[in-house]
Design a protein around this ligand. Structure first.
Ligand code: ZN
Length: 126
């Protein structure tokens, strides 16, 4: 897939500060905006990459502004965790974590940040 990774993105940095989270990957169109995580670290995490690539595909399927609107509306209806676009991305990400041990998989979770945007944070607990 044709995509771009933006390191130290000011957009992702704002999201990270607002949310007080350690790292953020935010998808806008074909770009994955990172803050608090380097491109190398991000790209090594197959599950995380697969999750964000799913959001890129969603942008392509629905169109830029339409997808932002659909994402927002879905989050207002069912919440961020149950947002169908997040559920789809989570399933994609998990497919790529099959080789991980259950413990590693459990501690390596990609969760939506709660912004009205497809922005995720990776919580690694040990
Ligand atoms: Zn997501």
């Amino acid at each position: 897939m044709n995509y771009k990774v933006v390191e130290r993105s000011p957009f992702a940095r704002i999201a990270r500060m607002v949310l007080k989270s350690g790292n953020v990957a935010m998808v806008l169109g074909r770009s994955i905006h990172l803050s608090g995580v380097s491109r190398d670290t991000f790209l090594k995490d197959e599950g995380w990459v697969a999750h964000e690539l799913c959001h890129i595909r969603q942008f392509q399927e629905h169109g830029f502004f339409r997808f932002l609107w659909l994402y927002l509306r879905e989050s207002m209806r069912v919440g961020y965790y149950n947002n169908k676009y997040e559920v789809e991305a989570r399933v994609e990400g998990m497919k790529h974590q099959k080789h991980m041990s259950p413990a590693k998989r459990a501690s390596n979770t990609i969760s939506p940040t709660g912004l009205p945007l497809p922005a995720d944070s990776q919580r690694e607990e040990g």
